[in-house]
Design a protein around this ligand. Structure first.
Ligand SMILES: Nc1ncnc2c1ncn2[C@@H]1O[C@H](COP(=O)(O)OP(=O)(O)O)[C@@H](O)[C@H]1O
Ligand SMILES: [Mg+2]
Length: 593
């Protein structure tokens, strides 16, 4: 999706505090910044000198007493040199400062990225990744814009205006300086007001632009669905109605831009005319030379040229400040789940998991787990079964500490998982999740992700154990085949086997399987289960199962319903109880035959 700038509500105050937060980034390259500023001042002085040279050239050309051409010619030459150095100084300044801006963007980009990974799962689930990446992009490009334009557009323009007003005041009296000053103030005032007034139209255009984009992308992502239902025309109509809104918004925007530019041009024209009129009168009365007239003209042009950008720069700076502020707000968010200050490193001896009276809810008004207690003895296999939505996967999320329980505690070998670092906790648990999402990389690299320092042999061993070898041998590019975005080019069963291979490669003390074989056909399932049993030997394992036939050998089976444990025991004991488990078992047995 095309990133678009979010215009700012004209009523929001300017976020000046952002400058304080950006200060450290400027200080990182003190010398560069100072040199760049020196270049800036030098360039401005050169540009102030230009009209004076022009004046003297004109005067010497006009002067009948000076017969030789040497004087005006050398002045023209000096003019060229000064103009060149003005431009070159500007380039040197940009080159010097570019480094500072880019370093700031890099630092902040990394900081935000790391922070995003530190934030909790709850934050990420409620946030659109697309929107998030746009926020980051807007924030960092805002910084670049702000640094460049604040330092090198607004400040120098103000400096130049002050210099010119000073020169006019000392050399030509109050009137010229006054005209310049008044018109600059009028110009700035008008530009700000008109820009704020236009914001609404700019916002409409951006909104239409992004909804048109979203519509087109959503439609193309659903390519297959569109074809299944023969809805090309329907999609085209929707898209066109979005485009029509965009067209209208653009028209209004263009008209408002016309008003802004027209008003600015009027102020400039009035100022220039009065300056020149005054100068012409003075020349007529003999108080000023033709050269002075040329000088006044040159100064006036020089002042108003950069001002032309002002409306644009003002709007962009407002936008940049707001975007950077957004980014800093993101950085200020504290994760819901965080390592405690005195977090220790989890030490596993045997891998004994204990849930003690754990209750949990994603949202306060809907409890998901109520008073769940159970123990997984070291080296044993515990299975959890129950209807969809019972809270089985939630148990796993709590064990991984993606969320903290509302009450109760979870311990591993006697250590509360809330008191150890998340890094050490997750190091000791391996998982085959319910839905596996893969990186858009090769099968090989996706498996190696389980242990990035694993050597090639280990990876192929894991591939073999996960029964992926036969599938891979059919692929022209073998294990180097790319899996597509989110792994969409693999079937559900193939993705699960990649996830299993990853977990096998990691070989942690505790293994968790969340319906790890649900997408496999019975035959592959049996083969993989055998492999998993092999791998899990000596490990503690928690198995969430869909098909009961896969967990008959479990040391303990927990039956969950609506967030509660309602039965537990081994397979035979549960069958003898004639309860929920026995009912489920009979139903599945019937299906199988
Ligand atoms: N991030 C979430 N926010 C809100 N509700 C959730 C979230 N994740 C799961 N749920 C809800 O919690 C309940 C239990 O989910 P889950 O533990 O995934 O069930 P299952 O037993 O099928 O694995 C479901 O009703 C689900 O809708
Ligand atoms: Mg689940």
């Amino acid at each position: 999706m095309r990133p678009h700038r979010q215009p700012v509500d004209p009523n929001t105050p300017m976020q000046w505090q952002v400058f304080r937060q950006l200060w450290p980034y400027l200080l990182e390259f003190k010398q560069r910044v100072i040199l760049a500023l020196l270049c800036l001042v030098a360039a401005k002085l050169a540009s102030i000198g230009l009209p004076f040279i022009l004046k003297h050239t004109v005067d010497s050309l006009n002067d009948d007493t000076v017969k030789a051409l040497a004087v005006p010619l050398s002045l023209v030459f000096a003019y060229g040199v000064l103009r060149l150095s003005n431009v070159l100084l500007g380039e040197v300044r940009d080159t010097l400062f570019g480094r500072v801006t880019e370093r700031a963007m890099r630092r902040l980009g990394l900081q935000v990225f790391e922070h995003l990974h530190r934030l909790d799962l709850g934050f990420h689930l409620s946030r659109q990744t697309g929107g998030l990446s746009r926020d980051i992009e807007r924030g960092t490009s805002g910084i670049s814009f702000l640094m460049r334009f604040m330092v090198f557009n607004i400040c120098p323009t103000l400096l130049e205006i002050a210099l010119v007003v000073g020169v006019l005041l000392t050399q030509y009296g109050v009137s010229f300086a006054l005209i310049i000053l008044c018109s600059v103030i009028a110009y700035v005032w008008f530009s700000m007001k008109a820009t704020d007034w236009r914001t609404e139209y700019v916002r409409q255009v951006n909104q239409a632009d992004s909804s048109t984009n979203t519509r087109a992308i959503d439609s193309l992502l659903n390519y297959e669905t569109v074809k299944y239902f023969n809805n090309e025309q329907y999609e085209a109509n929707l898209y066109d109605s979005n485009l029509a809104q965009w067209e209208t918004a653009r028209r209004k925007n263009r008209l408002s831009l016309f008003a802004l530019n027209g008003g600015q041009a009027f102020i400039i024209a009035t100022a220039m005319t009065s300056m020149l009129l005054l100068a012409a009168l003075e020349v007529g009365e003999g108080n000023m030379t033709i050269g002075d007239f040329v000088l006044i003209n040159a100064f006036t042009m020089q002042i108003f040229m950069p001002l032309n950008f002002l409306g644009f720069v003002y709007r962009e700076i407002r936008g940049s400040l707001a975007n950077i502020e957004n980014l800093f707000k993101l950085l200020d968010r504290t994760p819901q789940v965080d390592d405690s200050q005195d977090a220790t490193t989890l030490v596993t001896h045997e891998g004994r998991i204990e849930f003690e009276q754990v209750s949990f809810a994603y949202h306060d008004d809907r409890p998901i787990l109520s008073n769940v207690s159970f123990t997984v003895e070291p080296g044993s296999k515990v299975a959890v079964v129950g209807e969809s939505g019972a809270g089985k996967s939630t148990l796993v999320k709590l064990l991984f500490r993606f969320y903290d329980p509302a009450s109760g505690r979870i311990t591993i070998d006697g250590q509360n998982i809330a008191d150890v670092t998340q890094h050490s906790l997750r190091q000791h648990i391996g998982i085959v999740p319910q839905d596996t999402v893969l990186f858009n990389d090769s099968i090989f690299e996706n498996i190696r992700y389980g242990r990035p320092d694993a050597n090639e042999e280990d990876v192929y061993e894991a591939i073999r154990l996960a029964h992926l070898d036969q599938f891979i041998s059919q692929l022209p590019e073998g294990a180097q085949t790319k899996v597509g975005e989110r792994g969409l080019k693999l079937s559900g069963g193939e993705k699960q086997r990649v996830a299993i291979a990853r977990a096998i490669l990691k070989r942690p003390a505790i293994m968790v399987f969340d319906e790890a074989t649900s997408s496999l056909d019975s035959q592959s399932e049996q083969a993989i289960l055998r492999a998993l049993r092999e791998v899990a030997k000596g490990h503690t394992s928690l198995v969430i199962a869909h098909r009961l036939s896969t967990i008959v050998d479990a040391d303990k089976i927990l039956v969950m319903s609506q967030g509660r444990l309602i039965e537990h025991g081994n397979h035979d004991a549960l069958l003898n109880q004639q309860g929920v488990y026995a009912g489920l078992w009979q139903a599945q047995q019937k299906q199988a035959t």
